[in-house]
Design a binder for this molecule. Sequence first.
Ligand code: OKP
Ligand code: ZN
Length: 363
Amino acid sequence: MLVILWDPDTLLHKTVELLGSNLIPALESPERLEAILKALHNSEYRAGTRPLSSLWEGPKSRLLELTSETHGHEYLRHLRNVYEEWLSAGLIEQDGHVLPECFVFPTSTGKPLRPPRDLFARAGYYAFDMSSGIMSESYRAMIASANLACEGTDMLCGFDDRPNDIDTVVALCRPPGHHCDGQRAGGYCYINNAALAVSTWRSHQSDAQIGILDIDFHHGNGTQEIFYADAKVLYVSIHGEDEFPYYTGVEDETGSGEGKGMNINLPLKVGSPIEEYLEKLDYGLKKLVEFKTEFLIVSLGFDTFHADPLGHFQVHTEDYETIARTTRQALKEVPALVLLEGGYVIEHIGANMLSFLKGWKSA
Ligand code: OKP
Ligand code: ZN
């Protein structure tokens, strides 16, 4: 059985970004999720689409504990408080947006990195780009998004006395997560939802073999970083070569220490035909099967769509059906958590999700 989770609180985050040299409403918008929900509600998946809103009295301590396994305490404190701090200091008006200015850079001093004292400057210590604005409701949305990954994982693991007829949970997360390395925000990501899913699964089964298939158009630098030395997490990513986030995603990044060989980057030239995309997918899936993946996390981005403003692949609506079917056929019956990452064509994102679900269910 396949369940789709979302949380109305995730719709509250609505910020700005610097794209090119223009300050614009962030392309990672509530309308993306609304379009997906609209498509689901008019489909056979209506009954399986469940709103979660269990956070009314604040996030559960379990969620925060699991999140702090990979996210620095000071970083999380920043995410929680920075909007109010900037407001009190007069750095923004009510309903304004926190956007960083000066970022951390490498030095030869050997000094440990430390956050600047200046409140305005500090935002740049906890971010790596200018597509990670923070407004009044952002923290609430981030926590709600992360909670979907956590609750979704719990539904799948069947170790408690839960009915475990659920084999797939699709978590309609926003903000997304794969660019966040646990210490800084960037690329619309603040909390790494995939990493939280790993921590959640491990709270039930500590030695599990966990596979992450990242099929967002962009390289998941954050997920790669968090699991780079981890022998029990295999990270496989297919992404646009030389594209955002620019500094990661090359094939020679294969993992370190115990995790050597456990990081597989499959960059693809922009404009490549779908056949080449599917070849990379087959290769990645073969590795995930050989690894004996016991829990599969799919970081799913619809910015691979041919018309996406931030992606430049040749993937069409019907191809998501093939991608999903191929993935599920390779890893049949493995409990799977599908996390929404990017995808910025509002008019097609709903149809693309339906196509993906059709392929997944028909595997
Ligand atoms: C987030 B996700 C390109 C600017 C890109 C941020 C893109 C974030 C993508 N010149 N700005 O992976 O979909
Ligand atoms: Zn992306």
